[in-house]
Design a binder for this molecule. Sequence first.
Ligand code: FES
Ligand code: FES
Length: 170
Amino acid sequence: MSTSLEIVRLTVNGDPRTAGVPPHWTLLETLRYAMGLTGSKQGCDKGDCGACTVLVDGEPTLSCITPVWEAEGHRVTTVEGLAGPDGPHPVQDAFDRYGAGQCGFCTPGVLCSAAALLERTPTPSRHEVKEALAGNLCRCTGYTKILDAVVDAGRVLAERTSGSGEASNG
Ligand code: FES
Ligand code: FES
């Protein structure tokens, strides 16, 4: 028996996207298997590991346990959409400089959680970073370099902000 498909309309990384998906599909399944956005990873598939974390209206969201219909009408951002017109997101750049990814399986979810933190708390303490990433499990790094990278991304963002303030004042 074939499953009928239903049309879902999402805004993903700023673009309107449409796909025909089985009615029971999750946001993660839709992103990966209907829209070709495979950056978000399918790890535990039951809400435990954080590998599937994306942003919905800027909030970290476990896409493996989010029915895709709940995302209709909301802004979805995946790791593919974190970079801006000027290049990688500061936290992506910091991950590169610190060697904060190893196998990389957890990295897209960690980057999304970190980007959301930096949006609401531009210069987070190490403790705040730990709390924000508590739902993102990593089997490889021991977390030290991940924490170092996110704290340093905050420093870079603060420098940029004060630099642009000086520029606009000068
Ligand atoms: S794949 Fe979603 S929490 Fe593990
Ligand atoms: S880098 Fe391998 S799970 Fe985090």
